[in-house]
Design a binder for this molecule. Structure first.
Ligand SMILES: [Zn+2]
Length: 336
């Protein structure tokens, strides 16, 4: 595992490298795939993430990209510094390459979806709070925006679905005023950055569903069935069944994140909600790919990733596989 890929953060930040380490610990198939890929063995259901540096300008300004690259290059090994206005987002020497590979993973997952395969980019740092010219909320580059823009420039119609606990403010900025891409978010009503938006300042192609602090599974699943199903049906009709779903998959909605995190609010979901979300995506008959966002307790990430990768463990039966891994920000894809 190249150490230069290691994205380190300050000790108070919940978005730690051990998110990936715990995931690999708890998911034997991911671990096995990564070990085999590290030895240059081909694995039929997994790939290593490609470097996505050349895709960054699909959303970000060159000045900002330079700022991140030079900021990281100027640090000593293991040194970390805060990189946004409020001190949430951190960089280390390895953060720029790690973030480039995370963006590359998201674009590769989008490519797989374009060929009709399901794909999941399991990556860090996350992306949906990153704006074109500044970092935020643990995010350096907006992976889902970059991947969606990649598809949009190929004349694909994209609906971004954000199931993270938090609104993806960077993604809202990305879709604002753009044809061919829309954003649907189901998030906590009182948490940053949702507090900075109201119905009156939303672009037409942005659709929010806000849920209160402590939302339980019954209420959440009802919201999924009432709103997400409807939004996907509408998108499918508008695109005549040809669109692609791009999912910002955050699992900080899990009950373990609610119990233990310092995110100042949360939901009380278990893997059941993620299973319903996956069923809704599967039943849409549209290709989709997922890009990892939040989820900070090992149980939360494990629950979400397990549900969306369980086809891997049944691949003899379904033949619906692949996966892609990027160490410290691993990614994988599920064939469809
Ligand atoms: Zn979040």
């Amino acid at each position: 595992m190249p150490s230069k890929l290691e994205h380190l953060v300050g000790s108070g930040c919940p978005e730690q490298p051990n998110r990936m380490e715990n995931l690999l610990e708890n998911q034997p198939l991911l671990r096995k795939a990564l070990e085999e890929l590290d030895q240059d063995n081909k694995v039929d259901y997994a790939e290593l993430a490609p470097d996505g540096e050349k895709f960054l300008t699909l959303f970000h300004t060159q000045d900002y990209i330079n700022e991140v690259r030079e900021g990281c290059a100027g640090l000593k090994p293991r040194e970390t510094i805060s990189f946004d206005q409020v001190g949430d987002t951190w960089i280390s020497q390895g953060s720029y390459p790690a973030a480039c590979y995370a963006a590359g993973a998201a674009v590769r997952a989008a490519e797989l979806a374009r060929t009709g395969k399901k794909a999941f980019a399991i990556i860090r740092p996350p992306g949906h709070h990153a704006h074109s010219d500044h970092a935020g909320g643990f995010c350096l580059f907006n992976n889902i925006a970059i991947a969606s823009e990649y598809l949009r420039l190929l004349n694909e119609k994209v609906m971004i679905i954000d199931i993270d606990l938090h609104l993806g403010d960077g993604t809202v900025a990305y879709v604002s005023g753009k044809e061919g891409v829309s954003y649907f978010s189901l998030h906590h009503s009182g948490l940053w950055p949702a507090t900075e938006f109201s119905d009156s300042n939303l672009p037409d192609n942005v659709n929010f569903v806000t849920l209160p602090n402590g939302t339980d599974e019954t209420y959440y699943i009802k919201a999924l069935n009432d709103t997400l199903c409807h939004a996907i049906r509408q998108f499918s009709a508008e695109t005549k069944g040809k669109g692609i779903l791009a999912v910002s998959a955050g699992f900080d909605t899990h009950q373990e994140d609610y119990k233990y995190s310092d995110l100042k609010g949360g939901f009380q979901l278990t893997d059941k909600s993620y299973r319903i979300a996956k069923r809704i995506l599967d039943e849409s008959s549209l290709p989709y790919f997922l890009v990892l966002e939040g989820g900070y307790r090992p149980e939360s990430l494990d629950a979400g990733v397990s549900i969306f990768t369980e086809e891997l463990t049944q691949r003899e039966k379904s033949k619906n596989i692949p996966l892609v891994l990027n160490p410290r920000g691993c990614f994988y894809a599920c064939d469809g």
